[in-house]
Design a protein around this ligand. Structure first.
Ligand code: M6R
Length: 609
């Protein structure tokens, strides 16, 4: 949600900090601010709205070679300039930016007000700034001051602080909210997301929970909350800077939709074992012996990732004959889950920072459960906190609306299911057929993308439809839900993804002449029953757009438009059927003129529960 960027070095900090914040814009925010230090004074610029407003209000920028900035998504207090970060202590000596929520803020605020402090904002961050400021005023260095202040708070905090009397240094800390530090020659950068660092460096240090770092132009020194030195590994930032840029595309979402063949190819590279008809997942192999004892798989995730998890659960049940479910992580975390040693929990998250998913995996691990992670973001909290895992390597996903991460996550669940299937019931020939199907997938996905004009036509025709239905059966029920989620999220159209089997039990009442219904009818075991659904819809005058085999004449006769599917193995169909639904949502939103990459009310990474 919120973004943090900081710099300490020899260059002017303002353009670097604002540039970093711009690369974090995709996370969603409602106000922005920067502090620099110059001539032992804190220089502050804050503004409600987009970064452009901040820049317009300070066309010259702010002077100084050290600076911190923040894009804020309001939690404590409304969207006002006074609530924007950075926040200063009452002595105007230190400034901080903060991601996260301080749960015991009211008690702390009361205590400080009783001591005469007059707060200027409604934020929890200003309370933390005051706590740090008081420690500094008592003669402590900034790092010790931050440390002591953090010991007093309950909640989450990714922070960066600066002291006007010690401007050659920043102090950053991570209590549950990500902080990464980029290393350069005579300069360091600090951010809440490696994407902001990549234009400057490809070397970073990732703070673990409860670590504090002192950052100077010469490097970083990290300690834990007990002030013990921590040896930090320097990690490589893997993506190229241009991967996080729009290039010739009008929107990141369109770029990311079109990147799917490449992302799938990258994601499966080196992971298919054509000879054995199986898969190799690096992280998995380190726990192979334990996997033979697994009797149940529980996926957990949120939003789009939950739909990929549902595909995974289907594959596990159907092909690996492994009992599996997909749980909404937000629910699982609070349900007092029964955790047993023969269950493998698989947490899926594009960002690896979704608070609900992290909450669920922490709860499970606390009870001794074995948790695997599937994520796109290297070094994310999910990657660090799971027992083992796999990266989907889809490349940076910037648009709030997730597309390529969905297909790459589905692919990861395919590889996992294939591995389990081969450990259990699936014969070598069937395994080889599955591998062959996966190998064809990038080219087939490309073929689905080539149908963009048809999807655009449909979108323009139905852009004003107030409601759209998506139906599927079996492995395509989650895809129907995903299609509906895309349309809700970026085109603000009321939409539902339903199982064909449930239609007669209620939703059929919604059908009226001309209502757009997307029906997923691949040539698998669900086809016959889906034909029944198509007849019901046709009889009631719905406009049916079917995603079906190119040569399926029976479907073609029942529906208004067919988006053709290539011949494919039934296991891989979600990664093909979802493509036209993504394109359709994109073109409906485009026709309506909406802010596609940053839909209203939403953030890319939901780091609060
Ligand atoms: O980063 P995650 O995959 O954990 O995010 C989970 C959801 O917030 C996310 O998939 C959300 O539903 C997307 N914006 C949907 O496009």
């Amino acid at each position: 949600m919120c973004g943090i960027m900081g710099y300490v070095g020899k260059e002017e900090a303002w353009p670097i900090v604002v540039g970093g914040l711009r690369r974090l814009e995709y996370r969603g925010y409602d106000s922005a601010g920067v502090v620099t230090v110059s001539r032992k004074r804190l220089r502050l610029a804050r503004s409600v709205g987009h970064l452009r407003a901040l820049e317009d209000s300070h066309p010259e920028g702010l002077p100084g070679t050290v600076g911190i900035g923040h894009t804020r998504w309001a939690t404590h207090g409304g969207v006002t300039q006074a609530n924007c970060h950075p926040h200063l202590d009452s002595a105007q000596r230190i400034a901080i930016v903060h991601n996260g929520i301080i749960d015991n803020v009211e008690a702390l605020r009361k205590e400080l007000v009783a001591q005469g402090v007059e707060f200027r904002s409604e934020t929890d961050t200003e309370v933390l700034a005051e706590l740090i400021g008081r420690e500094v005023a008592a003669g402590r260095g900034l790092r010790d001051a931050v440390l002591r202040a953090l010991r007093r708070i309950e909640g989450t905090a990714g922070i960066v602080a600066v002291d006007r009397n010690d401007p050659e240094r920043l102090v950053a800390a991570r209590i549950g909210s990500p902080v990464v530090i980029g290393l350069g020659d005579g300069a360091c950068w600090v951010a809440s997301d490696a994407l902001a660092l990549r234009p400057y460096t490809d070397r970073m240090v990732v703070l673990e929970d409860s670590e504090i770092a002192e950052i100077s132009p010469d490097g970083v020194r990290t300690v834990d909350l007990d002030e013990r030195d921590r040896d930090k590994r320097v990690e490589k930032i893997l993506h190229r800077p241009e991967e996080a840029e729009k290039g010739d595309y009008e929107h990141f979402m369109l770029k990311e939709i079109w990147e799917q063949p490449l992302a799938l190819d990258r994601s499966m590279r080196g992971r298919l074992d054509a000879g054995m008809g199986s898969s190799r997942l690096g992280g998995l192999e380190t726990h192979e012996q334990r996997l033979f004892d697994i009797r149940r798989v529980v996926f957990c995730a949120c939003g789009t990732s939950l739909y990929s998890a549902q595909v995974g659960a289907y594959l596990m049940n159907r092909y690996a004959r492994m009992p599996a479910t997909a749980e909404d992580a937000a629910e699982l975390a609070v349900q007092n889950p029964i955790v047993d040693r023969h269950t493998l929990y698989v947490a899926i998250s594009q960002s690896g920072e979704t608070a609900d998913t992290l909450g669920a995996l922490r709860e499970i691990r606390l009870r001794g459960g074995l948790v695997a992670g599937i994520t796109n973001v290297v070094g994310s909290s999910l990657a660090r906190e799971t027992d083992f895992g796999t990266y989907v390597h889809a490349g940076p996903e910037i648009s709030v609306c997730s597309t390529k991460a969905f297909t790459a996550q589905v692919l990861a669940t395919e590889l996992l299911s294939l591995r389990f299937a081969r450990m259990r019931d699936l014969g070598a020939n069937e395994g080889r057929a599955w591998v062959a199907a996966l190998e064809k997938l990038p080219a087939q996905t490309q073929g689905m993308l080539e149908q963009w004009q048809l999807c655009k036509q449909m979108a323009e025709r139905f852009q004003a439809a107030p409601y759209t239905m998506f139906i599927g059966r079996g492995i395509n029920v989650p895809v129907a839900s995903e299609g509906a989620l895309k349309l809700k999220e970026i085109a603000y159209v009321s939409a539902e993804g339903l199982s064909g089997g449930g239609m007669k039990h209620g939703p059929l009442a919604l059908i009226e002449p001309g209502l757009p219904v997307w029906a997923l009818v691949p040539p698998d075991e669900t086809r016959e029953r889906m034909l029944g659904n198509l007849r019901e819809l046709e009889a009631r005058g719905a406009y049916i757009i079917a995603v079906a085999a190119a040569d399926d004449t029976e479907v073609a006769e029942l529906v208004d438009t067919v988006v053709p599917l290539p011949p494919h193995h039934p296991t891989v169909s979600p990664m093909l059927t979802v493509v036209p639904l993504q394109l359709y949502a994109y073109y409906v939103a485009l026709a309506k003129g909406y802010d596609i990459d940053k839909p209203r009310n939403l953030a890319k990474s939901v780091t609060v529960m």
